[in-house]
Design a protein around this ligand. Structure first.
Ligand SMILES: NC(=O)c1ccc[n+]([C@@H]2O[C@H](COP(=O)([O-])OP(=O)(O)OC[C@H]3O[C@@H](n4cnc5c(N)ncnc54)[C@H](O)[C@@H]3O)[C@@H](O)[C@H]2O)c1
Length: 423
């Protein structure tokens, strides 16, 4: 098998996850270059992947400015840097595995699309859920015609109270102007909807939502501005101390930038607390600078009359995604976390109301239902020129879902139905 040479751009936790494929499958992928303005991250990755200093760069742009020395780039920079960091890579001839969302607005989306078309390279967006066995198996049944033509899709993403707090209240995705939540959190679900409805154009989008819970007016009596200086902290379900230190939830966000943590060394509770207390991750959820919606629903009409709706539900106790797809010949209903879905079909002609088949795709430990490294494997096989899988995407496959997210934000803000063609 041809070994694919990868350069890594944006050395955060997502890139670390995808890059680990090279450690597990050194015969398939080799890391040959790195780019990140953060010198500590650069040094840690260089040591881990044995990269010489002349192949370590302080930005994607700098790496792309020298003659191409890899086959692919894995771009895990933050959302707002995706387009400016990817264009130089595609112009230099790299195939790119790019984190979602592609771009914060349609003008940047179009800019990247034009650059990719001109360069003739492959750009795949990290729609990891397509690779989760749960969603992959559902799509196989749709493609096989098991439920006929799709009439209605209803999906729900239940974001847990602690995930909501770390990412969308205290964290990096808490500003609507840069990261509207339907784009930042649900572009996967919108991608799945467009995938299930492959080849059918969306026509109208309507959305409602807002921020009504994680606001200052809901702060309980005694709540401090910071969890590390708060008299009711021990009784609070959103305590940063409980989440990031006692329970070790989401420490890769809360401890990002902490020296020991970045170097993969054990960290004592005291230095973790000092670090977190000084960052936004220590802030009270009722006194943070968030302005993204903490609930949002979107309805999409497609040109064949099918309807899809998606609910972003936050503050859920248990995180999961749920899905119901009703077609002309049957229906699928499932819960991603359980890994199970049920396929019902009308059965009046057999004297029954319906038939039922339960499909168990297995429970996965990771938050993307086992999709992360399967995506890397599929991207490598695409670059090697092998047969694309059912889940493989090109950049153009990902444009509709992003445009729906932009339209949903406009619809929510302006209380109106948005025509897809106006986006
Ligand atoms: N696929 C998924 O399900 C999923 C899940 C979580 C996050 N994400 C997305 O993954 C992306 C990365 O998230 P993260 O938390 O790993 O990010 P991060 O903040 O940990 O890492 C981003 C890195 O990019 C570097 N960077 C900034 N500008 C750069 C430039 N010009 N050239 C090279 N590097 C540059 C930063 O220094 C930083 O180290 C985000 O877009 C996020 O939305 C996707």
């Amino acid at each position: 098998m041809v070994r694919v040479r990868a350069v890594l751009v944006g050395l955060g936790h997502r890139t670390a996850c995808y890059a680990s494929y090279a450690l597990q499958h050194p015969d398939e992928m080799e890391v040959v270059g790195l780019a990140d303005p953060d010198g500590d991250r650069l040094a840690n990755f260089a040591e881990k992947y044995n990269i010489p200093s002349d192949k370590c760069f302080s930005s994607s742009q700098e790496l792309a400015a020298i003659p191409r020395f890899g086959d692919i780039a894995i771009n895990g920079t933050m959302d707002e840097a995706h387009v400016e960091t990817t264009i130089p890579l595609v112009e230099a001839g790299y195939h790119v595995l790019l984190e979602k969302p592609i771009a914060p607005n349609s003008s940047e989306l179009n800019l990247l699309d034009a650059a990719v078309t001109k360069a003739g390279v492959k750009v795949v967006i990290c729609h990891v859920l397509r690779y989760a066995p749960f969603y992959n198996a559902i799509q196989q049944r749709i493609v096989a015609g098991d439920i006929g033509e799709i009439i209605h899709i209803h999906s729900t993403e239940n974001v847990s109270y602690h995930h909501m707090a770390v990412a969308f209240v205290r964290g990096k995705w808490n500003r609507r102007e840069v990261n509207p939540i339907m784009l930042a959190k649900c572009c996967h679900d919108l991608d799945l909807i467009c995938w299930f409805n492959s080849g059918i154009k969306p026509t109208k989008i309507s959305s409602m939502g807002g921020r009504h819970f994680f606001t200052t007016k809901n702060a309980p009596e005694g709540a401090g501005e910071n969890c590390f200086d708060c008299e009711i902290e021990r009784d609070c379900q959103y305590s940063a101390k409980r989440h990031y230190i006692d329970n070790d939830w989401w420490s890769f966000y809360a401890l990002a930038g902490e020296k020991n943590y970045e170097q993969g060394e054990e960290n004592d509770t005291k230095s973790s607390a000092i670090h977190i207390a000084a960052t936004d991750y220590g802030r009270c959820v009722w006194h943070s600078e968030n302005d993204v919606a903490d609930r949002q629903s979107v309805i999409i009409e497609f040109e064949n009359g099918s309807i899809a709706s998606h609910d972003l539900v936050s503050n859920s106790s248990r995180a999961t995604r749920r899905l119901q797809i009703v077609g002309t010949k049957g229906e699928i209903f499932g819960d991603m976390t359980s890994g199970q879905f049920t396929l019902w079909k009308p059965a009046a002609t057999d004297g029954k109301e319906y038939t039922q088949e339960v499909v168990d795709t297995g429970v996965s430990e990771d938050m993307h239902g086992g999709g992360d490294l399967r995506l890397v494997q599929d991207f490598l096989s695409l670059v090697r020129g092998e047969q694309p899988s059912l889940a493989t995407t090109s950049l153009s496959d990902s444009l509709n879902s992003h445009r729906i997210a932009y339209a949903a934000d406009i619809s929510m803000q302006e209380s109106r139905i948005v025509d897809f063609d106006d986006i």
